[in-house]
Ligand binder design. Structure first.
Ligand code: ARG
Length: 401
């Protein structure tokens, strides 16, 4: 019997060449393509895959499960890798891996394949996720080992086997896009001092060209789930995120330029565009600041966002640690009902206000007007006791000097 492999297939040159390359090596290739909101027409994918040699092709719309099961928990963790990157590409890999495993088991394939390179993070995310779900599956990553040294050689190979190659001049960038954001790398961006050429940005308008009028956006949350934009309810979270992407992109909001530490030890220059995700992060953080007491809020900020971001970035989605953090964040999310008002203006994103039935803000306590209900005399004693250790420290230091 022929060896069956299920390949994560994007329809691009690399993965199309992989279909043929594996077929030539005696594998029966089944392609798997997910719609995670990459904004591409997927109707031609099956035909493309077949022409490259696939025996079977699967295309699935995963936008809603991606939004609910991956983007939402990451939002609730306020996870930003190295304090900047909302993890868009990193998040789609465990989901795709989960589906690859599902179909491998269903269709009797012993192998799973992907088109990631040997120096990126995605190989790690795919493989760790596959193994966590089914340790008996073997993973093939042809790009790490094949003979092609350049894009030209791949194009030549594709032509030889009559695999259609897009005639358009390819952009020099490597782009990964989904609902949660766009990642852009390579080409001129490899010089970290060079200002990103305008054509590198895929969805956001140049801030200078954005409308001269600011736009207000009121985001509504129910128990930690974003449910409305300016009062309009969205049943599908994926649609709400897509709408926020459109709104933010029009105002040049959501651009990120960073040098990041990859898992394999190198630093790389990356651009991201994540208007919707960043708007949600701003709003959700603000809502938590209103509904969580100080102890819980500080504990969350200290322990969750960075840890969660590392887990996602480093391919550790399917771990008890991630599940436990999700349970913690869900508990806090129950309080996060309310609205946050944001302003979008020429690339900037600002919180203008927030309100919640669970808000712990008490105006009588905060006010400096005559309504003041705070006993200021208590402040004197509080300060005395709180400051006692510093008084003692000051004494000891002065004695030594
Ligand atoms: N550096 C980012 C990450 O590791 C983006 C990777 C995107 N992949 C790509 N093929 N462009 O999450």
């Amino acid at each position: 019997m022929k060896k069956r492999v299920i390949l994560a297939y994007s329809g691009g040159l690399d993965t199309s060449v992989i279909v043929r390359w594996l077929t030539e090596r005696g594998y029966e290739v089944i392609t798997y393509t997910a719609d995670v909101g990459q904004g591409e027409e997927l109707s031609e994918i099956p035909e493309k895959a077949r022409r490259a040699g696939a025996v079977e092709t699967i295309v699935e719309d995963l936008r809603e499960p991606f939004a609910r099961n991956y983007c939402l928990p990451t939002l609730r963790a306020l996870a930003l890798y190295e304090a900047k990157y909302p993890l868009s590409a990193a998040l789609s890999r465990p989901l795709i891996a989960e589906r690859l495993v599902h179909y491998a088991e269903k269709l009797g394939a012993d192998f799973v394949a992907h088109g990631s390179t040997g120096k990126g993070n995605d190989q790690v995310r795919f493989e760790l996720s596959v193994w966590a779900l089914n340790p008996d599956l073997e993973v093939l990553a042809p790009v790490r080992s094949w003979e092609f040294k350049s894009r030209e050689e791949q194009v030549e190979y594709a032509r030889r086997y009559d695999i259609p190659v897009k005639a358009t001049k390819e952009k020099p960038y490597s782009i990964d896009r989904n609902l949660w954001g766009v990642s852009i790398e390579c080409g001129p961006l490899e010089d970290p001092w060079l200002e990103p050429p305008e054509d590198a940005w895929q969805i956001t308008l140049e801030p200078q060209k954005a409308p001269n009028e600011p736009e207000l956006v009121v985001l509504g949350f129910e128990e930690g789930t974003p449910v409305s934009i300016n009062g309009k309810r969205y049943e599908r979270l994926s649609e709400l995120i897509e709408e926020l992407n459109r709104l933010g992109a029009r105002h040049g909001v959501g651009r990120i330029d960073m040098l990041e530490n990859r898992l394999v030890g190198i630093k790389s220059r990356e651009l991201y565009e994540a208007p919707g995700a960043l708007m949600l992060y701003e709003a959700y953080r603000d809502l938590l600041s209103a509904v969580l007491d100080r102890f819980t809020y500080h504990y969350f900020l200290t322990h969750v966002p960075q840890q969660y971001a590392k887990l996602v970035y480093e391919g550790l989605w399917f771990t008890p640690l991630r599940e436990a953090l999700d349970a913690f964040n869900e508990q806090l999310a129950r309080l996060a009902t309310g609205e946050v008002k944001l302003r979008l203006y020429k690339g900037s994103l600002q919180v203008l206000g927030r309100r919640s039935p669970n808000s712990l803000y008490v105006e009588e306590l905060a006010t400096y007007s005559e309504k003041d209900a705070f006993d200021q005399k208590a402040g004197e004693l509080f300060t005395k006791v709180w400051g006692l250790p510093l008084k003692v420290l000051g004494r000891v230091r002065r004695r030594k000097a």
